[in-house]
Write a protein that binds this ligand. Sequence first.
Ligand code: 5GP
Length: 177
Amino acid sequence: MEKQVLDKSFVPYLSKADINAAIEKMAATINADYDGKKPLFIAILNGSFMFASDLFKKIEIPAEISFIKLASYKGTKSSGSVVTAIGLESDVFERDVIIVEDIVDTGKTLSEFLPQLMHQQPRSLKICALLHKKEATKFPIQIDYMGFEIPNLFVVGYGLDYNGYGRNIDQIMQIKE
Ligand code: 5GP
């Protein structure tokens, strides 16, 4: 059924069952890949809170999770915005880190954040993203665990917002063109 979020209409795109099945698959792969390890999940707020919660419940190996916010501000150099992480309490040094993102669009956010994280010398660093808009890629990111490749259309729900609203929709909806 169509839904209105602020001034835009959205139509169903990925159902609760679709999302759940994709998360089951990702979790099973992570459980196998990290057998014998104790990974540190780092979920990027706000958008990934629902995804991170559902994914983490299906992780059966010993694991930690930490939530961060990425804030971008205008750098002093011409290169434009710089991303800083707020709230990373866990020590990343020599940890097996898995980044949990809701959606990778142009790849800009992660392309700025990942090198910073690498400075802290994790033992390994992998990316888990529920959604990937491959056509929108400007900064190629290798996504190790992916739910869905989606077209370059705006989506809301399941934690993703439109101007702050729509995060509480329990499925993923696509903007009505
Ligand atoms: P990137 O840096 O990869 O271009 O953008 C990543 C961020 O942009 C995501 O974490 C998300 O916050 C936002 N974003 C990109 N596409 C969408 C979309 O279709 N819907 C929503 N709600 N957010 C999006």
